[in-house]
Design a binder for this molecule. Structure first.
Ligand SMILES: *[C@@H]1O[C@H](CO)[C@@H](O)[C@H](O)[C@H]1NC(C)=O
Ligand SMILES: *[C@@H]1O[C@H](CO)[C@@H](O)[C@H](O)[C@H]1NC(C)=O
Length: 150
C-alpha cells in the first residue's frame, strides 16, 4: 500500500475515537450509588464469573490506576483489546472461556458502567480512598470529541 493510502486508512480510525455517553442513562436513579467508589473487587462481584480474571488482567494492563474505572472507561481503545481477547472464546477470535450467553449478560453491564464513567468521570470517586490516575484520563479526554446523547 502507498504511504498516503495507509495514512488515509488510519486517520479516520483515530478521528472516530469519541468520548461517548448518554446523559439520561448516566444520571438515572440508582446509578451514582451503584458506582460510588467503584473498585475492581466491587465490580467483579457484579459481572459473570468468566470475566473476572480478565477484568483484573485488563485493569492491570491498560496503563490506568488499577481501580480507576473512569480511566478504564475512557481508555476503552486500549482496555477493550486486552479484555476482549481474554474473554472471547476461540470462535470469536479470543482465548477465553465465556459462553455467548455469559457475554450477552455482561454486555449491558459493561455498557452501563462505561457510559456512567464517560459521562461523570471522577464525580463518583470524590472522597473515596482509592488510587486514581486522573492525568492519564484527562489526557485521553482532551484529544477526543464528545458524542453526547440524551
Ligand atoms: C439515552 O438513555 C435513555 C435512558 O436509558 C434512553 O431512554 C434513551 O433512548 C437514550 N438515548 C439514546 C439517543 O440512545
Ligand atoms: C467511553 O468513551 C470511550 C472513548 O473515550 C469510547 O471508546 C467508549 O466506547 C465509551 N463507552 C461507552 C459505553 O460509550
Amino acid at each position: 500500500m502507498r504511504f498516503t493510502a495507509i495514512i488515509s486508512t488510519l486517520v479516520p480510525a483515530f478521528a472516530s475515537a469519541a468520548l461517548t455517553y448518554n446523559i439520561t442513562q448516566a444520571l438515572a436513579p440508582g446509578e451514582f450509588g451503584k458506582y460510588h467508589c467503584l473498585t475492581t473487587a466491587k465490580w467483579n462481584a457484579m459481572i459473570p464469573a468468566c470475566v473476572r480474571q480478565c477484568q483484573i488482567q485488563a485493569n492491570k494492563g491498560d496503563g490506568c490506576a488499577y481501580d480507576d474505572f473512569a480511566c478504564h472507561s475512557v481508555n476503552y481503545q486500549v482496555f477493550s483489546d486486552i479484555i476482549e481477547l481474554c474473554v472471547f472464546p476461540p470462535s470469536l477470535g479470543g482465548h477465553g472461556t465465556c459462553t455467548l450467553a455469559e457475554l450477552g449478560a455482561a454486555r449491558p453491564l459493561v455498557q452501563d458502567m462505561g457510559n456512567f464513567f464517560n459521562a461523570t468521570l471522577y464525580a463518583a470517586y470524590a472522597g473515596c480512598p482509592i488510587k486514581l490516575s486522573p492525568l492519564k484520563t484527562l489526557g485521553i479526554v482532551a484529544k477526543e470529541q464528545a458524542k453526547v446523547t440524551y
